[in-house]
Design a protein around this ligand. Structure first.
Ligand code: HEM
Ligand code: MTE
Ligand code: MO
Length: 467
């Protein structure tokens, strides 16, 4: 009787190409699925996301694999077991401020490990209308605080004649619960396209610094009213402070105008639920702000303090970051006081399938992507071109219908098109139109800015056609 070969995790992780063979694990079993990749009903690119590692985190997203015929199919490719002596070595290090950060999903494309910044790959981003929590993009400026839900308190500074509140989670649950689907987008989404025009300062986000969730929580206006705030000073701002801090004690902070915070129709939330679950640690456990239609930077996570002030938050991220400038402004001439902080975002769309540089089959092409606009403006149309923008066709809009003036969430879109015979390549372009008839600019250069924010030019993807 032959004994089963055993492999270490390192050996498995070095098998990620057709040349080395493509290996995956499930439980303690190791499989060589090189021959199956091209046959995968979900497509080769999705299977390849798991190459060299465990299937579990991916199959948790796609319950379709929870069937006996899938297990039987996989069993045919078994080559051995994981080495049982493959002990997990604890990497805990008290001097490393990031040592206590949570474990993340392996599908995320990491732009920076410390602090953690990562986006879902395009082939997963538009697979679901609601982004599954484990692959929701993550934008952290600091280490993730580890907060105890039992001792957590939210401090709300009282208004004129009112009183300050110190709210436990239980107290927050007593406010009427409000649930809404909201898309969050970082101001730096698609920054990598700006870098191609001229270097910018910031993380190289591709098209994935955007995700959508169903958020549940108390309305900010209800909490502010209980603390004695009214919409009297229209010039006032609601300042939020996070409980994440750097070694000097500086915390993350941001603000929004009081008028938005007090408007029940603006639906600003103190959210404690994300897709029916408590917030994951990376997304602000136990409480974060959700400001529909507004740039991600104002959705303060790990919320510790709320106050109403005559001026915007003095935080670096409100005053010295997340502002737009003309392409001719550089780091020697920039005057951050001269520009307003970004609040509502402009209209945006991007192609997630096929991807730039990909080779596709001739015959027919399926093009997929997302479209969204800030300020509750609904996307009314997405135009797609296969010839670099000479001719256009309207894509089919999918996902939740959006309410007028309260279109807080994205539309996914798709289009099937014949590939003209004899064609060697396609220059696919998309652009969205919102209900104010705002459109995306055609090129990046005229909207280039030193911080690489508000990158919303037509999205272009160049693909080759297999002959
Ligand atoms: C569908 C096998 C890895 C995503 C399927 C189906 C099989 C299969 C047999 C069809 C199931 C049915 O229709 O009843 C496998 C095997 C894998 C693997 C053996 C690993 C060796 C992955 C990974 C992902 C993924 C890593 C995602 C990142 C999908 C999706 C579908 C699917 C989205 C549904 C396709 C559709 O019909 O729309 N897979 N899979 N698979 N798989 Fe996988
Ligand atoms: N809140 C705190 N406390 N700390 C942060 O670093 N990042 C902001 C915002 N809220 C941040 C924060 C930025 S810039 C964005 S884009 C969103 O959170 C990202 O939210 P997500 O990580 O849940 O996707
Ligand atoms: Mo952001």
């Amino acid at each position: 009787q032959k004994s089963t070969p055993t492999y270490t995790k390192e050996e498995v992780s070095s098998h990620t190409t057709p040349e080395t063979g493509i290996w995956v694990t499930l439980g303690s079993e190791v499989f060589d699925v090189t021959e199956f990749v091209g046959l995968h009903p979900g497509g080769p690119s999705k299977l390849m996301l798991a190459a060299g590692g465990p299937l579990e985190p991916f199959w948790a997203l796609y319950a379709i694999h929870n069937q006996s015929h899938v297990r039987e199919l996989l069993a045919q490719y078994k080559i051995g077991e994981l080495n049982p002596e493959n002990k997990v070595i604890s990497t805990w290090d008290a001097s490393d401020p990031y040592a206590d950060d949570p474990v993340r999903h392996p599908a995320l494309k990491v732009n920076s490990q410390h602090p953690f910044n990562a986006e879902p790959p395009p082939e997963l981003l538009t697979e679901n209308y609601i982004t599954p929590n484990p692959i929701f993009f993550t934008r952290n400026h600091l280490p993730v605080p580890n907060l105890d839900p039992d001792t957590y308190r939210l401090h709300v500074v009282g208004g004129p004649g009112g009183q300050s509140l110190s709210l436990s989670l239980e107290d927050l649950y007593k406010f009427p619960k409000h649930e809404i689907t909201v898309t969050l987008q970082c101001a730096g989404n698609r920054r990598s396209e700006m870098t191609q025009v001229k270097k910018v300062k910031g993380l190289e986000w591709r098209t994935g610094a955007i995700s959508t969730a169903r958020w549940g929580g108390a309305r900010l206006c209800d909490v502010l009213a209980q603390a004695g705030h009214h919409l009297c000073e229209t010039e006032a701002h609601v300042c939020f402070e996070g409980l994440d801090s750097d070694p000097t004690g500086t915390t993350y902070g941001a603000s929004i105008p009081l008028a938005r915070a007090m408007d029940p129709e603006a639906e600003v939330l103190l959210a404690y639920e994300m897709n029916g679950q408590p917030l994951p640690r990376d997304h602000g456990f136990p409480v974060r702000v959700v400001v529909p239609g507004v740039v991600g930077a104002r959705h303060v996570k790990w919320l510790g303090r709320v106050s109403v002030e005559p001026e915007e938050s003095f935080s670096h991220w409100q005053q010295r970051d997340y502002k737009g400038f003309s392409p001719s402004v550089d780091w020697d001439t920039v005057d951050f006081d001269s520009a307003p902080s970004i609040q509502e975002l402009p209209v945006q769309s991007a192609i997630t399938e096929p991807q730039d540089g990909e080779t596709i089959e001739s015959g027919e092409v399926t093009i997929k992507g997302y479209a969204w606009s800030g300020g509750g403006r609904a996307v009314i149309r997405v135009d797609v071109s296969l010839d670099g923008g000479l001719t256009w066709q309207a894509a089919e809009l999918n996902g939740e219908e959006q309410r007028p003036r309260k279109a807080w969430a994205w539309r996914l879109w798709q289009m099937q098109a014949p590939v003209p015979a004899g064609q060697k390549e396609l220059n696919i372009v998309c652009k969205a139109v919102d209900d104010s008839y705002n459109v995306q600019p055609d090129t990046v250069a005229p909207i280039w800015n030193l911080r690489g924010v508000l990158s919303n030019a037509w999205h272009r993807v160049h693909v080759h056609i297999a002959s």
